[in-house]
Design a binder for this molecule. Structure first.
Ligand code: HEM
Length: 460
């Protein structure tokens, strides 16, 4: 074990050597990392994992430095990002030119005003997909939560991105391909130093998933390009873009951005909502308040955008859900130049791991941090909180574009489900966070939906 002891004015970073960290990191990497951060009480920690020696940065001041004040020095490059590039290409999820021009094009498409303008359509799509769950309820069959949340989110996100330009069959090929990509990348994320010349478990499935995505997306782009019209959907907007020199985006640039936004939007939302059901099961008081609010505001449904402003408790539940289970559980960066964080010297080329999951569990910033308690987000309760003690959507220049979309889509989904069913958890847990591209439970979560409560064809 070596200590990263920089001479002079720099402090020693705490270190966690490989023999102490590895077994925990193999068994439960997400909680092991969080525990390391908790024990260090927000100090910078160096993880000595053989060839891989990243810094874990959890203190909100340090997070702010990396994501906001010195963000140009901490780039989305290096071992963690490399495996993802094979799917997302050069896009908004990159740096420099592809990121800058993509952000300029995409940001106006995800404003509150724009999302509000399509919320009605989104509510319709969500309601119709949730209604399809009746067949499980009527047959008394359990649902696989992750699969069903992904299907509902997929339908809503496809509407935003592709409008009516993609068929249902094409759309339904995308979600499983992404799911395969998100999980088969795991080995490379855990062993980021492994060269690409060496084939590792998951590589073949990953590349097959990339081919499936390309087979679906490229033909849709070509059709949209032939008739981009004035459609509100994202693909039409990307086809219409003209740079200062009058040239537009080529098919590859459009593909890379669509694929990146689809991935960022669908996986994150679906995985977050998968965690909701075990939490409600374990907290019947929270579940009762949520049911009461949805019964009072939405009643027999269908849910509509007008209900959103009154779903206060639903929003608090979602905020607390994203505290405990932030889908973007780790935000890896590479230091470009040598720098200093919290008095610790960070050498050029070092990997810096920002982890919302870890920061959201620091005792120094949260009372009873491991408990699920939506009251933390009651009006006024969190106003004096450090901006970077809670950052499920990141921060600084790379801050998530989809925050508003999430807070429209997720309450609509929860309200659509709970106005129709009273789901009961069918599997006992406990659920371990699995470090895929978005945080997901390692164990399958299944639900009994119970009888259909409202609406046409109600059985209850
Ligand atoms: C639970 C829901 C979501 C969570 C927790 C989440 C989280 C995040 C986080 C932490 C980042 C910062 C990444 C970084 O700093 O490297 C990010 C970026 C991003 N998110 Fe989300 N996201 C969610 C939903 C969405 C949705 C619905 C969209 C759809 C538009 C979206 C689009 C993006 C994009 C395009 C970026 C990259 C922005 C940039 O680098 O300029 N996200 N997201």
């Amino acid at each position: 074990m070596s200590i990263d002891a920089a001479a002079g004015t720099f402090r020693r970073s705490r270190t966690v050597p490989v023999h102490r960290a590895l077994s925990g990191l193999m068994k439960d990497p997400v909680n092991t990392l969080a525990e390391i951060g908790r024990r260090a009480q927000g100090e910078v920690v160096r993880l000595e994992l053989g060839l891989f020696r990243p810094y874990l940065v959890t203190h909100p001041d340090h997070v702010q430095q990396v994501l906001k004040s010195d963000w140009t020095n901490y780039r989305r490059e290096g071992m963690f990002w490399r495996p993802l590039r094979r799917m997302i290409g050069a896009s908004i999820l990159g740096e420099d030119e592809p990121w800058e021009s993509s952000r300029k094009v995409l940001q106006p498409l995800f404003t509150r005003r724009y999302i509000d303008s399509i919320a009605g359509e989104m509510a319709g799509v969500i309601t119709s997909r949730v209604t399809e769950l009746d067949e499980y309820a009527l047959a008394g069959q359990q649902i696989d939560v992750l699969e069903e949340m992904s299907r509902i989110v997929n339908r809503a996100v496809l509407k935003v991105l592709f409008g009516d330009r993609i068929t249902r069959e094409e759309g339904e090929r995308l979600a499983p391909a992404y799911d395969t990509a998100a999980t088969s990348i795991n080995f490379r994320l855990l062993m980021p130093f492994m060269p690409y010349s060496v084939r590792v478990p998951g590589d073949r499935s990953f590349m097959k998933a990339v081919r499936t995505v390309d087979d679906v997306v490229f033909p849709v782009i070509r059709n949209a390009r032939a008739d981009s019209g004035d459609g509100l959907d994202v693909i039409s907007a990307l086809c219409r873009v003209k740079g200062d020199d009058g040239t537009g985006l080529d098919d590859r640039q459009i593909r890379d951005n669509l694929v990146s936004v689809y991935g960022a939007a669908s996986e994150s939302t679906a995985m977050s909502l998968t965690w909701l059901w075990p939490l409600l099961d374990a907290h019947p008081g929270v579940a009762a308040r949520l049911y009461e609010e949805i019964d009072r505001v939405v009643g027999a449904g269908p849910v509509a955008p007008e209900h959103l402003a009154e779903l206060h408790y639903t929003r608090m539940v979602l905020q607390e859900l994203l505290r405990l289970y932030p889908a973007g559980w780790i935000l890896p960066r590479m230091a470009m130049k040598s720098a200093e964080i919290g008095g610790v010297r960070i050498k050029a080329g070092a990997q810096v791991l920002i982890s919302p999951y870890s920061t959201h569990r620091l005792d120094e910033f949260w009372e009873r941090p491991l408990e699920f308690d939506p009251e933390r987000f009651a009006p006024g309760a969190h106003e004096r909180m450090h901006r970077y003690a809670y950052f499920p959507f990141g921060g600084g220049s790379h801050q998530c574009l989809g925050k508003h979309l999430f807070y429209v889509e997720a309450p609509l989904m929860i309200a659509a489900i709970l106005s129709r069913f009273r789901p009961q958890l069918a599997t006992a847990g406990p659920y371990t966070p699995f470090p895929a591209a978005s945080l997901r439970p390692r164990e399958k979560v299944t639900l009994n939906l119970g009888p259909v409560r409202h609406g046409p064809g109600a059985a209850a």
